[in-house]
Design a protein around this ligand. Structure first.
Ligand SMILES: Cc1cc2nc3c(=O)[nH]c(=O)nc-3n(C[C@H](O)[C@H](O)[C@H](O)COP(=O)(O)O)c2cc1C
Length: 190
């Protein structure tokens, strides 16, 4: 079975975008699409890294385990809030921590805001950083406006049919990319 790591990137006290990570994990599992694991940056409680992991002499066990989770996942979903039109420092901290682990990794991005626009401004900077580091960003979106109206604290959507319809499209695009990558790996070398 495929594995999908869902990065919940807000470490803010009283954060709300984590609701979306919970919903996506539940949706994937309910529909038996993959094994889904939430990678919660708040739980990792990382310091601000002063060097990339591969150059660190004595890396934190948590950083090593984070790297292994990303490396082993067939695909990654990043749930990011929009902070002043960009993505949070907690997320930049872990994007820059790794390198090889991101290369050609199918990554889908869900953007979250408490306002009406669903974090649509953050997608460009997130996409660009991931493209630059060699990840394979998936051409699908899962923007969530008015997050506290849309999902409760346990990730239950206010309108399950509507949320599931959008999630199906978003996650099927990620799975298509994961499958396409597996097929490419089976090709004889040219
Ligand atoms: C520092 C900061 C900057 C923010 N900037 C924006 C913004 O540019 N656009 C927006 O729609 N919401 C913005 N918000 C509100 C977030 O959308 C809101 O907190 C939402 O719940 C997602 O973030 P959270 O998971 O940290 O709660 C900002 C929140 C913080 C804490």
């Amino acid at each position: 079975m495929k594995t999908i790591a869902i990065i919940s990137s807000s470490v803010r006290r009283g954060r709300n975008s984590h609701r979306v990570a919970l919903y996506i994990r539940n949706y994937i599992e309910e529909n038996n699409l993959a094994k889904a694991e939430i990678v919660d940056l708040d739980e990792y409680d990382f310091p601000l890294f002063d060097e990339r992991l591969r150059l660190q002499k004595d890396p934190l066990p948590g950083a090593v385990s984070f790297a292994a989770t990303i490396s082993d996942a067939d695909g990654v979903i990043i749930v990011t809030p929009e902070y002043n039109g960009g993505y949070p420092a907690s997320l930049k901290n872990v994007v820059d921590l790794l390198y090889d682990e991101w290369r050609r990794k199918p990554v889908a991005i869900s953007t979250v805001s408490d306002g009406p626009f669903g974090g649509t401004q953050v997608i460009t900077s997130m996409q660009f950083s991931l493209w630059k580091i060699g990840a394979w960003t998936v051409p699908a979106m899962f923007p969530v406006p008015k997050v506290t109206d849309s999902f409760d604290e346990t990730g239950v959507p206010a309108d399950k049919a509507a949320a599931d319809k959008r999630a199906a499209k978003f996650i099927s695009e990620l799975i298509w990319c994961i499958d396409a990558k597996s097929l490419m790996a089976l090709r004889p070398p040219v």
